[in-house]
Design a binder for this molecule. Structure first.
Ligand SMILES: NC(=O)c1ccc[n+]([C@@H]2O[C@H](COP(=O)([O-])OP(=O)(O)OC[C@H]3O[C@@H](n4cnc5c(N)ncnc54)[C@H](OP(=O)(O)O)[C@@H]3O)[C@@H](O)[C@H]2O)c1
Length: 341
């Protein structure tokens, strides 16, 4: 435990400096929090406190102040959130307390304790209307959330950046899947294993992103001096696809017939929260903090699916299917996931 080992960056690059020694992580039982804690557990030089929600409710400013005052972390990572997007429409005040006010409580306590804060946010802070150029939203693009969840998350971002202008970092991500939690990828894997067709929307576009990649970016940022890491970062896989395209990719990787996935549109689904049609984020800041560009979503999906689904192994197969976005990979370069016996 010497606090001097540089943080390993994704893509083999190294972050600029040593990792902070004392960490406090909220939301450690969640999908992203799990992967972050696993990464940190492998680092001898850090000490991590990860209070459960019943030990630290981030909506309680006094509890937040007391825990941060008691543990004196050098860095706090907030992976805690109300993530039930539809429920937030009906329970906006409760969702706002977690997503809008909680991050501000954390930021105030960090400011008082001299700690940095890395806060995780979302593509839902944007309007999600497809721009004419089909470009991704830049870090400084205008926001305009169309859901209660998005409004709360935007307020949370503002709380962090206002309370901690020199030591607050907001990391927006989207379309997460991981080993420890429900996600579209896991649901599609279950559907691939059952007979019949599935109808999946083809008019919402985004970037399927593995939680482990985001966790690695959080660790990378922690190794960068606060003055270079402050502000907003985007951490989503490169490229984009629709939910329909993602479902077909999962079916293909699992050797299920992708033709069983049929396209539909959002109008056919009656959900309380309107989903963004365009959830594509551009990331411009990683090269400035020693990070490689985020990897293409389909490469990461191929590489991660066995681990995410707790399957035995991967083999090589020819094609991810016609929906895979971007230039085709050469035949024989994609792994095939082999279910555990
Ligand atoms: N999932 C996605 O596709 C997605 C997309 C974009 C952005 N994000 C953002 O990424 C972050 C992580 O998401 P995730 O999918 O890992 O979330 P998740 O699996 O739903 O986990 C949420 C975590 O927050 C905790 N939590 C909820 N309310 C809390 C409170 N009042 N005080 C303390 N802890 C509380 C939960 O604890 P319990 O388990 O005890 O309830 C859980 O550990 C969030 O900021 C989310 O907004 C997620």
């Amino acid at each position: 435990m010497n606090g001097t080992t540089p943080a390993a960056g994704p893509g083999g690059r190294r972050a600029a400096g040593p990792l902070p020694h004392r960490w406090l992580v909220t939301g450690g039982s969640g999908m992203l929090g799990h992967d972050l804690l696993a990464l940190l557990a492998a680092r001898d030089e850090v000490e991590v406190v990860a209070p459960r929600r019943d030990e630290l409710d981030i909506t309680d400013p006094r509890a937040v102040r007391e825990q941060i005052g008691a543990h004196r972390p050098q860095i706090v990572v907030n992976c805690a959130a109300w993530t039930a997007v539809d429920d937030a429409e009906e329970h906006e005040a409760e969702a706002y307390a977690v997503n809008g006010e909680g991050p501000r409580h954390l930021a105030r306590a960090c400011a008082a304790a001299g700690a940095r804060l890395l806060h995780v946010s979302t593509d839902y802070v944007f309007s999600g209307r497809r721009p004419p150029s089909a470009a991704g939203y830049a870090e400084d693009a205008g926001t305009g959330p169309g859901t209660a969840y998005g409004r709360g998350k935007l307020a949370g971002e503002r709380g962090v950046l206002e309370e901690l202008p020199a030591a607050g970092t907001v990391v927006r991500t989207a379309w997460l899947y991981g080993r420890h939690g429900r996600s579209f990828v896991r649901t599609m894997a279950e559907r691939a294993a059952s007979p019949g067709e599935v109808r999946i929307v083809d008019d919402q576009h985004g970037q399927p992103t593995w939680t482990k990649e985001v966790a690695a970016r959080l660790v990378l940022l922690a190794g960068v001096p606060a003055d270079r890491a402050r502000g907003v970062f985007h951490a989503t896989a490169a490229g984009h696809t629709s939910w329909y395209g993602l479902a077909r990719a999962v079916f293909s990787l699992l050797d299920a017939d992708p033709e069983r996935v049929r396209p539909t549109d959002s109008a056919a689904l009656d959900r309380p929260a309107r989903r963004p049609a365009w959830s594509v984020l551009a990331d411009h800041r990683w090269p400035h903090v020693g990070g490689a560009p985020m990897r293409p979503w389909r490469d990461v999906l191929s590489d991660s699916l066995a681990e995410v689904l707790d399957l035995a192994s991967v083999e090589h197969r020819g094609s991810l299917g016609a929906d895979a976005e971007g230039p085709p990979r050469p035949p024989g370069q994609l792994p095939r996931v082999v279910p555990r016996g």
